[in-house]
Design a protein around this ligand. Sequence first.
Ligand code: SF4
Ligand code: SF4
Length: 183
Amino acid sequence: MTLPWGLHERLWPLKYTIFLGLFAVTLVSIETAEALAEVEPFKTAIVLKFARAWPFVLYALILVGIGLFVERFYCRYLCPLGAALAIPARLRMFDWLKRYGECGSPCQTCSRECPVQAIHPEGHINPNECVNCMHCQVLYHSETKCPVVIRQLKRRQKASAGAATLDRAIQNHPNQKKGKVHV
Ligand code: SF4
Ligand code: SF4
């Protein structure tokens, strides 16, 4: 299920707030920070296999339930570790995820198909949210889905068809035929 863009945009800062909150708490009390780190459900679900007090189990089950409908819900909106890792993504040296001028205006194919909604409707990629799945780069080169590539292909086909017609015309030209006979 894809969340409406407005809601998605309001939810994604949550994980940064959680991360910064946790970081601030660690400066005051490690024990409290450890308790608050229970925001991540993996200890309950994976380490303890749900053998815990019911509030922890309920919380983990709710996240699992939402995750069935909203792809990577916890990772995209709540995970403080994901937020911490997203910060260095801002410092990347190369902008290697390619885009066309037409991306976003008017073409929405990549933003519709990005599995984590990391592409703004205007067309640019939010590097903090991108998980580098490369799907938009496959679309960028797609001869069947990307309108820019399709247009370039059509132009090339037209040009080579024109060149072939010109070649044929030259070959069939009477002077050319005469020349051939002469040779
Ligand atoms: S399909 Fe092509 S034009 Fe459309 S958004 Fe993707 S890369 Fe851009
Ligand atoms: S690489 Fe994947 S996650 Fe990143 S913007 Fe492209 S489609 Fe989205």
